[in-house]
Design a protein around this ligand. Structure first.
Ligand code: PGA
Length: 251
């Protein structure tokens, strides 16, 4: 069966010292606690090794927020999947809307990044989601389907290793969450799109996370929906107590 996952996306926040402190706090709060989901924190590249040193891998998975589509070589400033993996990380966020919007990442590049991540044994948390205009003009189901379909040249075995995160762009950092029903409708749609290509078993086993202004106060209602398997959390992941509040929404 698919896993419930609560993943933090720290984005470009925290100095190294602050990040290590935050990871340490989350780790302490999780010690001895019952939880009904996997927990992952995705942190800036500069923090991976140091954060890895303070977290218990049994309690928390570690992820990066991006990786290169290239294996290695003359790509100044880029970080490869192999480099991410060598820090002890297990996950990598790919295709976040901020990467698509501000850094021009396109479907072809995101497929290549996903392949690199998989080759190096990282679990991609692959983000999809429509912008406000697409929500309002009614094209959101098609937009999100085509973002998921960008991965459909992957083998079934590879696709089954991917976690999807549905993040409506209009809900990210805006305080405007999708309603639990809007999230459920889209998650069920995504699962159907996956089923049409890879079959029911893989579709049923794919974890689909919701992201966009998810907070302790709304997580329970979102996670109660049958096709919502957890969250990708931005702002609320920067505070250990509120991140815990979201993890506890699964209890
Ligand atoms: P938010 O961000 O929780 O701050 O809305 C979510 C994300 O962008 O992953």
């Amino acid at each position: 069966m698919r896993k419930n996952i609560v993943a933090g996306n720290w984005k470009m926040n925290t100095t190294l010292e602050e990040g290590v402190e935050l990871a340490d706090q989350i780790n302490s709060l999780l010690q001895g606690k019952e939880k009904n989901c996997d927990v992952v924190i995705c942190v800036p590249f500069t923090h991976l090794t140091s954060v890895n040193a303070v977290i218990d891998p049994e309690l928390i998975g570690l992820g990066a927020e991006n990786c290169s589509e290239h294996e290695k070589g003359a790509y100044t400033g880029e970080i490869s999947a192999a480099m991410v993996k060598s820090t002890g990380a297990t996950h990598v966020i790919l295709g976040h809307s901020e990467r698509r919007q501000y850094f021009g990442e396109n479907n072809e590049q995101l497929l290549a990044k996903t392949q690199k991540a998989l080759e190096h044994g990282l679990t991609p948390i692959f983000c999809v989601g429509e912008v406000l205009e697409e929500r309002e003009n009614g094209t959101y189901n098609d937009v999100v389907a085509s973002q998921v379909e960008a991965l459909f040249s992957l083998s079934p075995e590879d696709f089954s290793k991917i976690v999807i995160a549905y993040e409506p762009v209009w809900a990210i950092g805006t305080g405007k969450t999708a309603t639990a029903d809007q999230a459920e409708d889209m998650h069920a749609h995504i699962r159907k799109v996956i089923e049409n290509k890879y079959g029911k078993e893989i579709a049923d086993n794919t974890s689909i996370l919701y992201g966009g202004s998810c907070k302790p106060g709304n997580a329970k209602e979102l996670f109660a929906k049958p096709d919502v398997d957890g969250g990708l959390i931005g702002g609320a992941a920067l505070d250990a107590e509120s991140f815990m509040g979201i993890i506890e929404a699964f209890n």
